[in-house]
Design a protein around this ligand. Structure first.
Ligand SMILES: Cc1cc2nc3c(=O)[nH]c(=O)nc-3n(C[C@H](O)[C@H](O)[C@H](O)COP(=O)(O)OP(=O)(O)OC[C@H]3O[C@@H](n4cnc5c(N)ncnc54)[C@H](O)[C@@H]3O)c2cc1C
Length: 265
């Protein structure tokens, strides 16, 4: 057994002060990753600072061509938002396919992005929609945020406050879920932006976490059609290989998911 002190923060400033004072504190949002990790004794924080009830971390707003989602917004609220469905349907469908109803009603977008699980869905949308991750200290461009499996640019105690997504002309997400956990074995987010550029971001497949499939982006910029990516095969060398699927299987899944995403968009 070990002891953990629980604190419920009233504001972002309050959370920052509580986490700064803790010996080995952890922010707690939906608890869908952190609590199981603690139960398995893989983490034993001295303090848990709960940011899930902070009003300023909730909500979805549109302004100046971007959609801003508060970090403590639950997956179910993103999936069910009329604004998200209308402006970025690919993002709403991604959120609606995360885990199961329990996970979607507890888990938050900020927790998912901060955790950067290599099989998580949101990191692909962050990269494909050229998002900005806002924290209590700075704004971080998507391209600078993900640093490899479970690694991000966040410093100790830094709090994600919101994520702003560029609103694209078209977008869609297709994933092949692990039948047990629903995490992505391969997930592909495609976006055609208003300036004509295309972004294709892949999750679930690589040992390095989320990445952009640049050959697919170039092919889709030239011709927006599922056929354009059908012949593009990714190298299996860097792909994850585990009991759920080999590296070659995952590399093939990426092409299949990319075709499905483009067709859906
Ligand atoms: C059974 C099951 C199935 C799942 N299936 C999927 C799936 O299909 N796809 C998928 O993408 N995910 C899946 N998940 C993960 C789920 O999406 C979680 O919600 C997510 O990983 C973490 O979000 P959370 O709010 O629960 O974060 P927590 O568990 O509360 O925190 C996770 C980590 O992020 C940190 N953190 C939290 N919020 C912030 C913040 N605002 N700023 C900085 N750091 C922060 C915490 O300190 C902690 O280190 C699944 C989880 C479970 C239990």
């Amino acid at each position: 057994m070990y002891e953990t002190s629980y604190h419920r923060a009233a504001s972002v400033a309050d959370a920052a002060s509580l986490i700064a004072k803790a010996d080995d504190g952890k922010l707690l949002a939906g608890g869908q990753t952190l609590i199981p990790t603690m139960k398995q004794r893989l983490a034993a924080p001295s303090d848990l600072v709960d940011i899930g009830q902070i009003a300023e971390l909730h909500g979805i707003t549109e302004s100046g061509g971007t959609l801003r989602i508060g970090a403590a917004t639950r997956h179910a609220d993103v999936a069910g938002s009329d604004l998200v469905r209308r402006l970025i349907p690919g993002l709403a469908s991604l959120a609606g396919g995360i885990g199961d109803p329990h996970v979607r009603h507890m888990g938050t977008i900020g927790g998912s992005v901060a955790n950067n699980d290599p099989a998580a869905d949101y990191p692909s949308a962050v990269l494909a929609l050229d998002a900005t991750v806002h924290t209590d200290k700075r704004d971080i461009a998507a391209a600078d945020f993900f640093m490899g499996m479970f690694e991000t640019a966040l410093e100790d105690g830094e709090i994600i406050t919101a994520i702003s997504f560029k609103i694209p002309e078209k977008s869609a997400y297709a994933k092949y879920p692990n039948p047990a956990s629903r995490y992505a074995m391969a997930g592909v987010f495609v976006a055609r932006h208003k300036d004509g550029s295309v972004r294709v971001a892949v999750t679930g497949a690589s040992q390095g976490g989320v990445f952009r499939a640049e050959a697919m982006e170039a092919a889709l910029a030239a011709k927006w059609s599922a056929d354009a990516v059908a012949g593009i095969a990714l190298e299996a060398d860097d792909m994850l290989s585990d009991i759920h699927g080999s590296a070659e299987y995952r590399a093939n899944l990426v092409t299949v998911m990319a075709k499905r995403a483009v067709a859906a968009a």
